[in-house]
Design a protein around this ligand. Structure first.
Ligand SMILES: O=C(O)CCC(=O)C(=O)O
Ligand SMILES: [Fe+2]
Length: 198
């Protein structure tokens, strides 16, 4: 849908199932002691191209809004999941799908572009900062499917123009992930900009 909306469907073949590695991560977040509030996962942006998240109906995921407020993601359907852009892609929206694959909620333009700059979309799309905050007395489980492109991601020529001069060198998505964990990354405001910014 995003590729279509930018008129670059032809680039999709470089991002299809054969061009992507997947990391499936299951996480258990314990309920805070004494019913207080606990940060389950500190604020970050994902280094994937795209992330799909599902939780066991114990809310906790929060996304930073444009004005710096944290918006809690409230799950209403057991079959819903969140699709979120990573630094390699970056999207302005969170899509929440139901089991018929229809978008049931679009938290458009609320997502904060404060610290991240998109690579593939040449800085048009932003990956949201998000975190997990635990409240209440229930254990939370989440499943995250992180898709990471194999090979080199090139910024489509169609996404470079006068208003959007080229912002990123071609880059390796797995390299970005490893760089974010490596000592060489000095933890400035934007990992992706440090890694392959022009
Ligand atoms: O558990 C969640 O809902 C979020 C997990 C997450 O953001 C991550 O692992 O990068
Ligand atoms: Fe994340």
């Amino acid at each position: 849908m995003v590729f279509e909306s930018y008129g670059v469907e032809k680039c999709f073949e470089n991002h299809d199932i054969g061009s992507t590695s997947y990391l499936l991560k299951a996480t258990k977040y314990k309920a805070p002691k004494m019913n207080e509030m606990d940060i389950g996962l500190t604020s970050h942006t994902d280094k994937s191209f795209i992330t799909i998240l599902h939780q066991n109906q114990v809310n906790g995921l929060e996304v930073k809004s444009n004005n710096g407020e944290w918006i809690g993601f409230e799950e209403h359907l057991p079959s819903s999941f969140v699709v979120m852009a990573g630094d390699a892609f970056m999207v302005v929206s969170n899509f929440i799908f139901n089991r018929n694959h229809n978008i049931v909620e679009l938290v458009k333009d609320k997502i904060c572009p404060i610290i991240s700059f998109t690579a593939w979309s040449n800085n048009r799309i932003h990956s949201p900062s998000h975190r997990v905050v635990m409240r209440g007395d229930k254990t939370r489980y989440s499943l995250g499917l992180f898709s990471i492109n194999k090979g080199t991601i090139h910024i489509p020529r169609e996404l470079v123009d006068e208003q959007h001069p080229l912002q990123f060198h071609p880059f390796d998505n797995l390299g970005l992930l490893l760089y974010s964990y490596a000592d060489v990354y000095t933890r400035s405001e934007s990992c992706i900009k440090d890694y392959c910014g022009i």
